[in-house]
Every structure is written in C-alpha cells, then in structure tokens.
Design a protein around this ligand. Structure first.
Ligand code: ARG
Length: 637
C-alpha cells in the first residue's frame, strides 16, 4: 500500500484542468496508479496551460511545469520527519486521474515493507504511515486538500481494468503524431547486428507510442542513394548483360556483389570512370539506370523483409532517395536565412560549440548524408506534421544528429528548448559484443547473417522443447510457434533489458536460460499463470463480472500496487526512450507474482475468486508488456 495525494483543480478557477501540470515530464497523467491510502490535495495555484499551448510557453509558465518537483520537496520534508530512519527514501509523486485530484504520492506502501520488521517503528500499517505523512506536510499554499483512500481502491482499479481492458491504463501523451526512424540498413551492404538493435529498439518505442494513442509513422530510412550505386549499376551491366531478366538468385548475394564491384572499382580505372558516369546518369533520371537501381534495391529489400517478417516488425520504407528532390529547396531556404556558409569549396552550417561544421553541399556540388537528413527532418515536420521525431541508431551517430537538430533550431524549425514540441530525439545504443569482448561476429564468417542468427535462436529453443517431450504433446504447428516466440523473444529481450547505451554481449546460452532475467523465464511465468487459471476450471470472463477482487494479504497488495504502476512505467519508458525500464517492470512483476503465489493459496482457498482475478490481471499486464516489447506470449509450456 502506498499513499496517494492529489491536487484538485482550483474550485474558483476558470482555467483548464490543472492536470496539465504534469508537463514536468511533458506527458499527461496516467490513469490512477495506486493505492490504498488516497489523499487529495487541492491546489490554489492557477496557471493556465493547455495541451495546445505547450510549445509556446513562456518562462513563467515553464516554472509551473515543476509542480511535481515542488510537491516532491514538500513530501520529502514530511518523509524526513515521518520516518527519520529511512533517509534515502525519495518521494514518489505522480500525476493521477482528474477525478481523484491532480497528484498522488505513493510512498506509504514501500515504506511499510521497509520498516514493518523493525521493532517499535511506531506504525500499524501503510494507512497509518499515510496519515502521518499527511500530518507532517509543511504548511503550503500549494496544497488545498489532502485525502486518504481506502484499501479497496487498488482492487477496484484493477477490476475495472479487467472489465474495460488494459487500454484504460494507456498513458496520455501530449502529441498526436510521431516519426520513428529505425532499422534503416543500407542497400547492397550488410544489414548488421547494429541494424538488428535499431530494429528491435525502434519497434518497441513505436509500440509504446502507439499504445499511448500516438499516430506513429514507422520509417525505414534505408541508404538507397549515393555514389556507390554508380559502381553497383555498372557492375550489374558488366556481369549480367541480360540483367533485366536476371533473377535475384542469379545475381546472388548482394553483399558479395558489393564487395566484388568495389574491388573492380578500386583496381580498374576504366571501370571507375564508367561508374562515376553512371552516378550522373542515374541522378539525371535515365531510364535504364533508374531500372537497374530499382532492381538492386528490390533484391536488398527482399533480404531485409525476411528479418522483419521473422521479428514481426512493420516498417514503411522511405529511403534516402525519397528526400532527394526536397534537398535543393531546403538548402535554398537555409541559405536565405543566412545559415549556410562557404568553407573550402563546400557549403556548411556552423554549429556553436562544435568544432566541425555540418556539410550540406559537398565541394563537388553533391549532397550527402547530412543534406538528406536536413531534408527529411524538414519533410517530417512540415509535410508529415510530426511532433516528435525519433532516430534510432548506434551512439556513433550522436554527433551527426546533434548537429542536424542544432541546425534545425537555428532555422527555427524546432524550438530551442528541448522540453518543447516539436522535438527531435536521437536514441543511441551501444555495440553488440561477442564472447571475446570484441564486436560480434559469427564463427568463420566476418559478417553476421541476421537471418541465420534468428534461425539459430529458434532452433535452439525448439530443441529444448523437444527435450522436454513437447513434440509428443503438441502439434508440429504449436511446437514451431512456441519455438519462434521463445527464440525471437529471447533475442529481443536480451537486447532491450539493458540500458541501450551500454554495449551488450550476445550469448545464446544466457538469453535462452529459463532462470534469471530472460524472456524464456518470463514467458514460462506467464504460461504458468495461465495454467493456474485453466486448472481452476473457472470461467474467468464470468468471474470478472461477478467476482470481487480484494487485496487483504500484504503480498496481494504488493502485487496489486505493482500492477497499477504499469501506466506510469510505460510513460517513463516512453518519455525517456528507455525500453529497459519496461523490462525491469516486467521482471519485477513476475517476482511479485511469485511471492504472492508462494504465500497465498489460490485454487481451493476461501479467497479463490479474488485471487484468480489477481492472477488474470497479472497475466493481462504481462501480455501487454510482451506486446510492447514485441514478444509473442505463450499460453502453455
Ligand atoms: N535518418 C537517418 N539518418 N536514419 C538512420 C540511417 C542509418 C544508416 N543507414 C546506417 O546504416 O547507419
């Protein structure tokens, strides 16, 4: 149990809901998160903030965004007096559903678990802690009213979620549309583990935003333009004079094709000359060159799609070539604003504090990666009307994106304040390492074929299932389906559970272990909950309507509170673009469930109905976590 406080809308205020103060994090309040003690506070502050005014706020209004922080300070003072022995406890303040007030504080429950075994702690349980926290609050104009909710409150919220659906726990974000630019491999080059990370992380971020009712444009910004195409096309003409009718199989592996053409380019000056000519003819739009280009792209695309299909990832390709026609106009606009300068024959934008300039036109007059990204950002803001543009690449590209964003701020496309919308964010991630601590490579080959990697994960989990005798129990289809869910889920979870900025070591044995913080362990935990419900022989849909959920045991309450925190965790993972926050929540959920299940008998107990409902709620929340992480749940194991 924890205490919940809320600021109520100022009664006499003609202003929009005070709820908007939650813009501390820029996201509006999640549904109510907790709890048994429920305190209401009413605020006398009256600062008009509406969703629409977010990007135009003045400094004064900015301060209002720190309501959460100000409240934290007040509750911190109270906590220090209430439980002096727990000086490291931070106040847990969160926005809550308007009907309960404005803000709530969730400390009482956690505090109780810390101090309950300490002799003479002076409290009887979370409600008394809540009451004293309330009494010890320093006098303040900010808080008008503070109320304490009864223990049935968590239970009611969970039951409501069970009936209406988990969508009622979706965070509300102050934006309508976002672009997530992810995966984005390069045509004819290797799609490496870095692109796999980008695919997995980007898909999760897109899923979390979609769950929060944001319209997400999932963009595959493939590298399908550039001088390398001259060389590839010329090589295609040379090797396959009949190229228009040559099948993808005949052309074979595009990575090999790329290598061979590069070798030729480096060794044969005549070929090099033709390749350079080919770029000009391609960019000039000459039909056969465009067709050859399209064919090369198509072969790559088919390869990429095999990976996306296995991972269940949806993406819309808008490659670099798409933005090419927009580049001249965008550069002209930037030049008219006086932002583009001449530097050693190139045209550049100087960014304060960075010692290299952003080159937007190369000295040979051609465009580059940065020119394309400037045009793409312009397009996403102006044509696609995206309010949040998220780029998922390795940390190595951080400086590139910071410079692009800075240039966009200079041009007035983006507000100077990073806390305002529209906003652009770079989501960087670390390297994938092998057992040897070096960049990940598979045995023998220097590049990792992603399809082979995913196949191996699946095959390994299939072998384990067969060892466990599932081949006899299940249909071949069930076996395949489960092996895929577990295998691909394991690869995704192993990537997502770490803070994305750290390098992570790719290890099949570790990720497929059924103990510890792995997808396998979590999927099994979910399947076990489903089996408890099945074995009870009760119709759970009926129980949701007729049964009543109560949370009397400490471990029931602990689990219940954790369930209610789902929404704020998704909000945090979204706001900070950190999928590991959701993984940690999911793992703790499973741990909380285990604790509850080992201390509270479910089937055959007097509390059976209520406890089955708690099992179901846990399974529903786990499934939503899996869904957001792109993992397919399994129901039996
Ligand atoms: N808009 C962007 N620059 N997106 C990321 C593109 C990633 C690039 N193709 C690479 O493989 O490194």
């Amino acid at each position: 149990m924890s205490a919940t406080f809320a600021l109520l809308h100022p009664p006499a205020s003609p202003l929009p809901p005070f709820l908007s103060f939650s813009r501390v994090s820029h996201f509006h309040s999640p549904p109510p998160l907790s709890t048994a003690d429920f305190w209401r506070l009413t605020s006398r502050r009256s600062v008009p903030i509406s969703k629409t005014s977010i990007s135009t706020m003045t400094n004064d209004e900015e301060n209002a965004g720190t309501v959460k922080k100000q409240l934290s300070k007040l509750f911190e003072q109270s906590l220090r007096i209430t439980v002096p022995s727990e000086s490291d406890v931070e106040p847990l303040i969160a926005a809550c559903a308007p009907k309960f007030g404005d803000y709530q504080c969730n400390n009482a429950m956690g505090l109780w678990s810390r101090i309950k075994n300490k002799k003479d702690n002076g409290f009887k349980g979370p409600p008394t802690i809540g009451k004293v926290i309330m009494e010890n609050l320093p006098p303040t104009e900010m808080i008008e009213k503070c109320t304490l909710a009864g223990p049935g409150w968590i239970a009611k919220n969970i039951q409501k979620m069970l009936i209406i659906g988990i969508e009622t726990w979706a965070p509300r974000l102050p934006i309508k549309r976002a672009v997530v630019d992810f995966s984005s491999p390069n045509i004819a080059k290797e799609m490496h583990v870095g692109h796999l990370r980008s695919t997995i992380i980007g898909d999760t971020l897109a899923r979390m935003l979609e769950f929060s009712n944001v319209d997400v444009l999932r963009r595959n910004h493939v590298g399908d333009w550039g001088t390398q195409f001259g060389m590839l096309i010329e090589f295609l003409f040379d090797k396959f004079p009949n190229w228009e009718h040559a099948s993808a199989q005949a052309i074979g592996d595009l990575q090999e094709f790329y290598k061979a053409s590069k070798k030729r380019f480096d060794e044969d000056p005549a070929f090099k000359g033709r390749a350079q000519q080919a770029v000009v003819r391609l960019q000039g739009g000459e039909t056969s060159y465009r067709r050859a280009w399209a064919q090369i792209c198509e072969i790559s695309r088919n390869e990429f799609n095999k990976v996306y299909q296995r991972l269940g990832v949806q993406l819309e390709e808008k490659g670099e070539s798409f933005y090419n026609p927009y580049i001249p106009g965008v550069i002209e606009q930037l030049s008219n604003q006086g932002l583009v300068e001449e530097s050693q024959g190139a045209r550049v934008i100087h960014i304060e504090g960075v010692n290299i300039p952003l080159i937007v036109v190369k000295s040979d007059g051609g465009y580059n990666y940065a020119s394309t990204d400037m045009a793409a950002l312009w397009y996403r803001l102006n044509e696609e009307k995206a309010e949040w543009i998220i780029y998922v690449t390795d940390v190595g590209q951080q400086q590139h994106f910071e410079m692009v964003f800075s240039a966009a701020k200079l041009a007035g496309w983006l507000p100077a304040n990073d806390n305002m919308y529209p906003k652009a964010s770079h989501v960087g991630f670390g390297l994938v390492l092998g057992e040897d601590g070096k960049r990940f490579r598979t045995r023998n080959t220097e590049v990792v074929r992603l399809v082979d990697l995913l196949d191996e994960a699946k095959n390994r989990s299939k072998s384990v299932l067969i060892e466990r005798g599932k081949a006899a129990e299940w249909t071949e289809q069930e076996l395949e389906h489960t092996a895929e869910a577990v295998g691909y889920g394991a690869v995704k979870y192993a990537d997502l559970k770490n803070n994305r900025l750290t390098n992570y070591t790719f290890n099949f044995d570790q990720m497929l272990n059924d103990k510890g913080n792995t997808a396998v362990y979590l999927l099994y935990a979910h399947a076990r909950i489903c089996s408890i419900i099945r074995k009870s022989g009760k119709d759970i849909d009926e129980l949701k309507k007729t049964g009543v959920l109560t949370l009397d045991h400490d471990d029931e309450r602990g689990l219940g509170l954790h369930l209610l925190q789902f929404s704020e965790v998704v909000e945090e993972a979204c706001t900070n673009l950190l999928p590991n926050v959701l993984c940690e929540y999911l793992y703790n959920l499973s741990e909380n469930f285990t604790k509850f299940y080992s201390n509270c008998q479910v089937v055959g107990s007097a509390e059976e109905t209520s406890r089955l409902l708690l099992c179901e709620a846990t399974a529903v929340v786990m499934r939503k976590c899996f869904h957001l992480l792109g993992i397919t749940p399994v129901y039996k194991i």
